[in-house]
Design a protein around this ligand. Structure first.
Ligand code: PAF
Length: 285
């Protein structure tokens, strides 16, 4: 497996693969790879000849109060995990390589970013969209794979790809869960053991909504209420949002007539860890 840190080198490598007729798949990550990322790499393998995993903790998508400094960066372990999963190239630029002095261009996907995580993390999706477009331009993948756990991120990137005519096919891979149902996340490592015990209530909330929907409930407030009810069993979780939203506009839905996203974000009370999860009710991404 190759490790590339320079953007021009990565671009040249991608051109070389293209000339040799090999298709490229990109798995954008911020490192601290877990089984969820492994499944993204495995998915990319199924779609392309060459898999590039980017590892870049993107400063643009963190607010000053967030966990940029403490975000885990186990680079050697990540490279071993990526290689074992079938990755061919790790692209790991540093911040100066991505945002050199004088950097001044940003991608702002409007409207759908004013809900959910976008409402609670101002500027976050501008950072995500900017870095993802840069990665698309450097790597020129035919396919890019993202995890459904970051549902709004998937919808924002899909909007950007449509709006800016990006030549990439998006694949959204299902969330990988721990045995008790907690969605895998690099941030799970921050949890205290008591918080980890209660984090399963997020999944219980998701399951409650899926089962109520399965029983025929189409009222947004009722679905929202059942999730909130499940979360009330976990006093160490403070709810940031519980919403039932439209898959295109990301705005709240009062009566479901089309597939809708049930989305949850909580912050834990002891370690202030932010956890998110979701399910699509009545459809897929
Ligand atoms: O999902 C992530 O890890 C990040 O938001 C991404 C897509 C790699 C952009 O930095």
């Amino acid at each position: 497996m190759k490790i590339v840190t320079n953007a021009s080198e990565m671009k040249n490598l991608s051109i070389t693969y293209g000339k040799a007729g090999r298709s490229l798949g990109l798995v954008p990550t911020m490192g601290a790879l877990h089984d969820g990322h492994v499944s993204l790499i495995t998915t990319a393998r199924e779609h392309c000849d060459i898999v590039v995993t980017s590892i870049f903790v993107n400063p643009l998508q963190f607010a000053p109060s967030e966990d940029f400094a403490k975000y885990p960066r186990p680079f050697d372990k990540d490279c071993a995990t990526a290689e074992k999963a079938g990755c061919d190239v790790v692209f790991a630029p540093d911040a100066k390589e991505m945002y050199p002095t004088g950097y001044s261009t940003f991608v702002d996907v409007e409207t759908i970013t004013s809900y959910l995580c976008g409402a609670n993390r101002p500027g976050h999706f501008k950072g995500v969209a900017t870095v993802v477009l840069k990665l698309f331009n450097v790597v020129s993948p035919q396919v890019a794979v993202f995890g459904q756990k970051d549902a709004q991120q998937c919808l924002v990137i899909r909007r950007m790809v449509r709006d800016l005519n990006c030549s990439v096919r998006l694949v959204f891979a299902p969330t990988v869960r721990e045995k008790d149902g907690l969605a895998m996340s690099s941030r799970n490592s921050y949890l205290s053991s008591d918080e980890r015990g209660q984090a399963v209530f997020i999944y219980k909330g998701i399951c409650a909504a899926v089962s109520l929907y399965g029983g025929g409930e189409r009222n947004g407030a009722a679905l929202q209420g059942t999730i909130a009810g499940a979360l009330s069993g976990a006093p160490l979780l403070s709810v940031e949002y519980v919403e039932i939203v439209d898959m295109d506009t990301v705005s709240p839905v009062s009566v479901l007539g089309a597939p809708a996203l049930a989305a949850i974000a909580v912050r834990t009370k002891q370690t202030k860890t932010r956890l998110i999860d979701n399910a699509v009710l009545g459809g897929t991404f």
